[in-house]
Design a protein around this ligand. Structure first.
Ligand SMILES: Cc1cc2nc3c(=O)[nH]c(=O)nc-3n(C[C@H](O)[C@H](O)[C@H](O)COP(=O)(O)OP(=O)(O)OC[C@H]3O[C@@H](n4cnc5c(N)ncnc54)[C@H](O)[C@@H]3O)c2cc1C
Length: 379
């Protein structure tokens, strides 16, 4: 068993980290205030191969492993978890197109997806169902040449901003077997968006409802087979959960690094606050939790890469563990900054806000426990 990163993996991490520190971190607070990430950032990330991290090399992607991808998200998240998480959603969708799209569809859309001229969003959640996603109601009626979509999606990251939407729709019976996945391109008749959601965190990413009113989609935009869309959507989520966990990990590491520096400088009762043993114990507890989270996450990624039969369970467990550890750590870091932690300039309060949602999306942490317990009982 080898826990070390290979030279190539270290290089991937360093490249993502350097890009994040130079091109994202200096602007992250402004983008948050503007509620938008400049679109010209994405082709720059694509130049590094991050537009199709685990799209196969045959299709022009980077063909990286899931473990490699977590390194990218951990490193980018040290600059801004909101930007890093948005890139994760694009990559989750890109992989779905590569895995299930027809050759014609891939030839038509993947080049722009990989160069990130086309940014992708993932549309599963609806106003009436989130955790119980298999109950979704957006309908796609078959026509001679495609589908007519009617319904609405809620909480869509990149809604009204992205160029193409991977949409899970009902083409058949109730339940998961009646669901298909289709691509809906921006500008399509019958596609519209709700107002910008006013969120606690992830504020640089626009989140909106996505509405379909007699929205016509050509048959060639179907991913894979009718009725298998729910399976495709769930397969995408295993990796998405790892990425979200990696975003928590990177942000928590950043907060801890900032806190160590701050504690060396900040003085109280005649000494720097890093000399108080009570606070040293807190630092130690955070370091232990962070390192445990990192090992657990990388083990889950390795399970997914090697096709282990318990990979889904490990992705769910790691997502729960790492996102909760990340939130606890950034909250403690805020506390150790005293009043300054509550101010925007110190870079901690944004992390507390940004990481909170990682316990809710890509499946809530209650659903992660449900998956874990179900697998335990099955065994
Ligand atoms: C900022 C943000 C961005 C998002 N981006 C996207 C996106 O891009 N695409 C997308 O499709 N969705 C997105 N979502 C939606 C997100 O995935 C859902 O909010 C999430 O799945 C939870 O669904 P819900 O909000 O409907 O909560 P509900 O499913 O109504 O859950 C409410 C509560 O009940 C609990 N619960 C539900 N069922 C069970 C159960 N069986 N056992 C125990 N507890 C249960 C939940 O854990 C939760 O605590 C986003 C959400 C947010 C906040």
């Amino acid at each position: 068993m080898d826990f070390a990163l290979s030279e190539e993996q270290s290089a991937i991490f360093d490249m993502a980290h350097a890009f994040g520190q130079e091109q994202i971190a200096p602007h992250a607070r402004r983008w948050e205030a503007e509620a938008s990430i400049p679109k010209d950032l994405w082709p720059q990330l694509a130049d590094l191969g991050f537009g199709g991290l685990y799209v196969s090399e045959d299709s022009g992607g980077s063909g990286l492993s899931r473990l490699d991808a977590t390194l990218v998200f951990e490193a980018l998240s040290m600059a801004c978890p909101s930007v890093a998480a948005f890139l994760s959603i694009h990559n989750m969708c890109a992989r779905m197109i590569d895995s299930y799209g027809s050759d014609d569809l891939k030839a038509r859309v993947l080049p722009q997806v990989l160069s990130m001229e086309t940014v992708l969003s993932y549309c599963l959640t609806e106003p009436s169902c989130g955790s119980d996603a298999a109950a979704l109601r957006t309908r796609a009626e078959r026509t001679n040449d495609g589908y007519i979509l009617n319904g609405s999606k809620a909480f869509i990251s990149g809604g009204g901003y992205s160029d193409t939407y991977v949409v899970m729709v009902r083409t058949g019976e109730d339940g998961p077997r009646g669901i298909s996945a289709v691509l809906v391109e921006d500008g399509c008749d019958g596609l519209s968006f709700g107002g910008l959601e006013d969120k606690m965190g992830w504020r640089s990413q626009p989140t909106r409802a996505v509405q379909f009113d007699d929205c016509h989609v050509p048959a060639c935009n179907l991913l894979g087979d009718e009725g298998k869309g729910f399976r495709y959507a769930m397969a995408g989520l295993d990796g998405g959960r790892l990425n979200i966990a990696a975003c928590s990990l990177g942000a928590a590491q950043n907060a801890l690094d900032l806190t160590l520096s701050y504690m060396r400088e900040r003085r109280a009762f005649g000494q720097s606050i890093d000399q108080f043993q009570a606070l040293q114990f807190r630092l130690a507890d955070m370091e232990i939790e962070l390192q445990a989270a990192r090992v657990f996450l990388r083990q889950a990624a390795w399970k997914l890469d090697t096709g282990a039969s318990d990979a889904t369970k490990f992705c769910a467990m790691a997502k729960k563990f790492v996102t909760e550890a990340g939130s606890r750590i950034v909250d403690q870091c805020l506390q150790l900054h005293g009043g300054y932690g509550y101010l925007g300039d110190y870079g901690i309060e944004k992390l507390v806000r940004d990481l909170r949602v990682h316990q809710i999306l890509e499946g809530t942490n209650e659903i992660m426990r449900l998956i874990t317990a179900r697998e335990m009982l099955k065994a």
